[in-house]
Design a protein around this ligand. Structure first.
Ligand code: AMP
Ligand code: MG
Length: 331
């Protein structure tokens, strides 16, 4: 999670709820009427996508999932198609640790609900049954706009990438209005373009185990910062925390990490990579980061140890010097 430092005199600052989170747009150094028009367009874009991409409310994605389950070929929704292509590609690059078709598993864990998730965890037998069916993007044929699954267990859940994808489209929209300096922040995950006057945008990374900010990062022109954390959606049962990021290899919440922060140019890649590296954990994150083309990673494991690559270490400024830092080889 990251928060923006607010400029003293932004051209525009707008907040609204969409995609299950608070979206916060700051535009700097543009004419007020241009900024105003762009902000209205962004709000419309996010609100529309909220319905289209929702994993458990009626909309395009739900209809697509229903058609996939028939194992018949059908024409994909043209607005959804590029997002599905992006999700499938990022899944392959992550060796399936980011797996956008484990919707049945996420639902079994109770995370497909507007209510606060609650225990107890699902029966192990039901988890094993879904694992045996092994839904993967390799089960999906996507050609000439036609979509077909050969595995009845495939269900898209785009919760690990849709926010990033929407932020990318939002930034394109701003640029089409001629806006060069802005931050589009969706629930702490963001993409920034340009700068704030004569200084770079500066953002904070949330402490996964405290109320405050752990570290600050200055952003270059056009960078995204995305964090996946076990504190975002979870329930506690018999002293164990069960959160919303599921390890597709075992069917249980990934349990070695509390948060992963990734910097990358495009937000969709940063979003999927943060989820994938959360699952990868302290042993595997470097391999998966390299495959996904990620150059900056900070991962906090269950013992509070901070794992970073050297390029990331050079960019973060900690509020309090961390007790235990483990530097990896360069990515
Ligand atoms: P994020 O906060 O970006 O890490 O995304 C977490 C959301 O992605 C969850 O709420 C689920 O909807 C979905 N999800 C959970 N586990 C995975 C996974 N291994 N791969 C892809 N999406 C996942
Ligand atoms: Mg993600």
């Amino acid at each position: 999670m990251a928060g923006c430092s607010q400029p003293a005199d932004p051209a525009l600052h707008r907040q609204f709820f969409a995609l299950g989170t608070l979206v916060d747009l700051t535009i700097y150094g543009s004419a007020a009427d241009t900024a105003e028009r762009a902000a209205t367009d962004i709000e419309q874009l996010f609100t529309r996508r909220h319905a289209d991409w929702h994993a458990w409310q009626p909309g395009t994605l739900q209809a697509t999932n229903r058609q996939l389950a028939t194992l018949e070929g059908f024409p994909a929704d043209p607005e959804l198609l590029p997002l599905l292509r992006t999700a499938n590609r990022l899944s392959r690059l992550s060796n399936g640790l980011f797996n956008p078709v484990i919707g049945k598993l996420v639902a079994l864990w109770g995370f497909h609900s507007d209510e606060r998730p609650d225990g107890p965890p699902p029966d192990n037998d039901r988890i094993l049954e879904l694992l045996r069916q092994n839904p993967s993007v390799a089960d999906i044929a996507l050609q000439d706009g036609q979509l077909q699954s050969r595995n009845p267990a495939v269900r898209y859940d785009l919760g690990g990438v849709a926010k990033g994808y929407a932020v990318d489209r939002g930034i394109e929209l701003l640029q089409s209005h001629g806006i060069d300096n802005a931050i589009l922040n969706a629930g702490g995950d963001l993409r920034a373009i340009g700068h704030h006057g004569d200084r770079p945008w500066r953002i904070g990374i949330r402490d996964p185990r405290g109320p405050g900010v752990l570290a600050a990062i200055e952003l270059g022109d056009d960078e995204s910062v995305f964090t996946s954390g076990d504190y975002e959606r979870f329930f506690d049962h018999d002293g164990t925390r069960y959160h919303h990021i599921i390890d597709p290899r075992i069917g249980y919440p990934a349990d070695t990490v509390t948060s992963v922060t990734v910097i990358h140019t495009d937000a969709a890649t940063a979003d999927a990579a943060a989820t994938a590296l959360f699952v990868a954990g302290p042993e595997l994150w470097q391999t998966i980061a390299r495959q996904m083309g990620i150059r900056y990673v900070m991962l906090i494991d269950h013992n509070g140890t901070i794992h970073m690559n050297p390029a990331m270490q050079q960019r973060v400024t900690f509020d309090t010097a961390p007790a235990d830092v483990r530097l990896s080889k360069p990515l």
